[in-house]
Design a protein around this ligand. Structure first.
Ligand SMILES: Nc1ncnc2c1ncn2[C@@H]1O[C@H](COP(=O)(O)OP(=O)(O)OP(=O)(O)O)[C@@H](O)[C@H]1O
Ligand SMILES: [Mg+2]
Length: 437
């Protein structure tokens, strides 16, 4: 059997032969031992006294100690006691080699002094080699374990360092994201105030000019009013988005009638339906009942979705349906807004939920809008522990599905995931165009 010993902490695969220390005061015994152990893959080192053995042990590392018991000066038992009391030596296995007695009390004394085994003189060479081989194997395994432990420690330190770096980078990213969101929120607020003043003054001027012949001036005022309102809407969207990203939006939970929320949505969007000659139907299931949700946020999401459906559908139909679905004993409120409009041909419809993303680069020019509605709507749904998904077919129509679980058990987790998702988004790229298929 080949035994290779790899020194702990030594790089590479340098095989180091294990060392066996044989201690006996009689040179003929040392000679016999050396020849008996010769064929083994180990270096045999000999010492003729306890003191000499001790100084060798302190200088070198040994796989095994074969120790004579009866020696002048320090006996084998005394040397074993010293070895066991030294932390750097105590794990060396000791086999006592004795000619004295096989008496069990005597043998027990040897074990008490730290022997792991006994051999009796005259030593049977086969038994000696077999036993020593077992200890050499154990030693090789021990070194291997030590090497793995050292590697593991090294890796653990490297991982801890890497984790520390990652955490610091993440903290900096979160901090700068919050700072950016805070900046956007402040700026949006500052812009909205003067714009609202413009809208207000335009309104006043229009009232004052009512009945006058100044048609062109009134038309111009109408354009100013429309542009200013568009800007107010856009800034409100940016404000909403940055508030969500900065974690500054609270969810106001209340037990509300879903049908009442749907009626409010219908009331605020029906005037838009006529604009493109669309037919609008609302089809709530009869047993919707009351749900714990933030009515304001659900309303905002549905108004966005129905508003989009009206915008991208001409002389078609827009349907809003609502039902309760039960999956694995978990109830969810499912509201779908579908239309028979232009639909979309997207490589990834998920891109639409990124801020400032539209299905194609003519959308903004032809239909208006900034590409913020869906991003905000999804984040609002996530805040409530729900989801917003979409399916669409170019030229056939689109369906947007809002899903809200009955019991929101992990509001904090939902908030966290919404914030994480918000952090991953980048509203800085203006008007990104999603890839068209
Ligand atoms: N019902 C729909 N039918 C076809 N395309 C749609 C529909 N809803 C959304 N889209 C596509 O998804 C894009 C993103 O919608 P989103 O509501 O986020 O932005 P927007 O309507 O363009 O602008 P905003 O809502 O900010 O005023 C739209 O520009 C449009 O290309
Ligand atoms: Mg929109």
């Amino acid at each position: 059997m080949e035994i290779y010993v790899y020194s702990a902490g030594v790089d590479g695969m340098d095989a180091v032969r294990p060392k066996i220390l044989v201690v006996d005061d009689r040179s003929e015994n040392l000679f016999a031992m050396r020849s008996a152990l010769g064929p083994l893959k180990a270096d045999i080192i000999t010492a003729s006294s306890g003191n000499e053995a001790l100084s060798l042990l302190l200088r070198d590392r040994f796989a095994l100690l074969l120790l004579d018991v009866q020696m002048p000066g320090m006996t084998g038992f005394e040397l074993a006691s010293l070895i066991r009391s030294d932390p750097s030596l105590r794990t060396i296995p000791i086999i006592f080699v004795t000619a004295i007695s096989k008496d069990s009390r005597y043998v027990q004394e040897g074990y008490d002094h730290g022997a792991v085994d006994y051999l009796f003189k005259p030593v049977d060479v086969d038994i000696l080699r077999a036993k020593v081989n077992v200890f050499l194997e154990l030693y090789a395994e021990k070194l291997q374990v030590e090497r793995l432990v050292a590697e593991l420690r090294q890796r653990t330190t490297e991982l801890a360092d890497a984790n520390g770096d990652l955490a610091a980078t993440r903290d900096r990213a979160i901090e700068s994201d919050r700072a950016k969101s805070q900046f956007l929120a402040n700026m949006s607020h500052e812009l909205r105030t003067p714009l609202n003043a413009i809208v207000g003054y335009v309104g006043l001027l229009s009232e004052e000019l009512e009945g006058d012949d100044m048609v062109e001036v009134r038309q111009d005022l109408g354009r100013i009013d429309a542009s200013a309102r568009h800007l107010v809407g856009l800034i409100s969207d940016i404000l909403d988005l940055s508030k969500i990203e900065a974690g500054g939006i609270d969810v106001y939970w209340a037990n509300v009638s879903v049908e009442a929320v749907l009626d409010q949505v219908v009331a605020s969007v029906s005037p838009l339906a006529r604009r493109n000659g669309n037919r609008f139907t609302q089809e709530p299931a009869p047993d919707l009942g009351s749900w714990t949700l933030d009515a304001g946020k659900l309303r905002q999401v549905l108004v966005n979705l129905v508003g989009n459906a009206f915008k991208f559908t001409k002389n078609g139909t827009v349907r809003m349906t609502a039902r309760v679905e039960t999956v694995d004993a978990h109830e969810a409120l499912v509201i779908e807004v579908s239309d028979t409009g232009i639909g979309m041909c997207m490589d990834s419809i998920e891109d639409l939920f990124q801020p400032f993303t539209q299905a194609d680069n003519t959308s903004s020019r032809r239909y208006g809008g900034t590409g913020l509605g869906l991003a905000i709507s999804r984040k609002l749904m996530n805040l409530m522990g729900g989801s917003l998904t979409a399916t669409s077919q170019s030229g056939v129509g689109s369906t947007f599905t809002v899903r809200l679980p009955r019991q929101v058990l992990y509001i904090d987790a939902a908030l966290e995931s919404a914030l994480d998702a918000a952090a991953a988004d980048s509203p800085s790229a203006p008007q990104r165009q999603a890839v068209k298929c």
